[in-house]
Design a protein around this ligand. Sequence first.
Ligand code: ADP
Length: 184
Amino acid sequence: MERTFLAVKPDGVKRGMVGEILSRFEKLGLKIVGMKMVWVDEDLLRKHYDKDEAWFEKVGTRSLEFWKENGKDPNEDLGTDDPIKLGKMIHQWLLDFMKSGPVVAMVLEGPGSVEIVKKHVGPTYPIDAPPGTIRGDYTYDSPTLSAFGRRAVYNLVHCSGVPIEAEFEIGLWFKEHELFEYQK
Ligand code: ADP
């Protein structure tokens, strides 16, 4: 049995998508073993999104590509075209976004659940996410739109990427007594 962490982000909660998202995983057959609504603080978020230089560069570079494809000068609009600086700016937008409303956090259980949930959530940028995935079905946000709004990409959910990350995230968000064992 494997457990994974999933959070409906503030955009998903505000749009009333919690039930829709949850029901997809229930219908799949995954077992909900923990669930709660939390308004997260910066401290938890900094631990959850403890990103390194490589992430800043990756995210900044990806954002610049979208920016240039749209014939815009990032220097003019964002004050920089340095991918790492931009990545750090995006990281702060992400923390601000995650603090902008409550989040519904849950732990789902089932064999191979990390990979299964990731597949159903879809790629980070909804504009790239195929139909049938949560991020592809319910939004079309992109790094260009988000950069225009000086905000993180709104993509409805977070899920763990690999089992070791799932273990860390479950331990960060849930206490032992908040997780349940029962027969389906
Ligand atoms: P994922 O959430 O798919 O695991 P990451 O961990 O790389 O993706 O990024 C964390 C979150 O940061 C994303 O879900 C998204 O909300 C936001 N984000 C990532 N890249 C960008 C970007 N280029 N511009 C704005 N926000 C971004």
